[in-house]
Write a new protein. Structure first.
Length: 161
């Protein structure tokens, strides 16, 4: 199913590591952009869901788009939601976008047999089956919980000081 929330789990951990140099909002947006192709393919009934968007080349292209549109869209959304923020730098937008697209390729390659992450250079997927879907979801969920808690702790300590 496209647009899985499990991909956001590692993003929370990347936010802890990257701090203000990583945009979780742009990361999330890049996840959605990555899954537009599989979503469209599901609608038309294609037997293959993960095409060019789920390759290294697709991740680079979608990452560039996500980095460029993610900063202004995310800042606008945060402003509408009245979420206090210091603004998103272009570095944070780019890191969120590219970490988002490349982690998406990696996570999907572990469980989707119709992926060729190295296309057009190679048609194979050596990552397929290295871990079960259930285990991958648990790992993503745990990373999300741990990352989310650490982000909240960091936020609270900044505002209590």
């Amino acid at each position: 199913m496209p647009f899985t929330a499990f991909h956001l789990g590692p993003g929370a951990t990347f936010k802890v590591i990257g701090g203000d140099r990583f945009s979780f909002m742009v990361f999330g947006g890049s996840q959605v952009l990555m899954d537009i192709e599989p979503g469209a393919r599901m609608i038309i009934g294609s037997p293959m869901l993960h095409g060019p968007s789920h390759s290294i080349a697709g991740a680079v292209l979608i990452g560039m788009v996500a980095a460029l549109i993610g900063k202004p869209i995310s800042e606008f959304a945060l402003q509408l939601l009245r979420v206090p923020n210091i603004g998103i730098t272009w570095t944070a937008s780019a890191s969120g976008a590219f970490i988002g697209t490349f982690s998406h390729i990696f996570l999907d390659a572990l469980t989707h047999s119709d992926m060729s992450p190295w296309s057009p250079l190679a048609g194979s997927n050596e990552l397929l089956g290295l871990i079960s879907l259930a285990s991958l979801r648990i790992i993503c969920l745990v990373l999300g919980v741990i990352g989310g808690l650490l982000v909240l702790i960091r936020y609270k300590s900044r505002h209590d000081a």
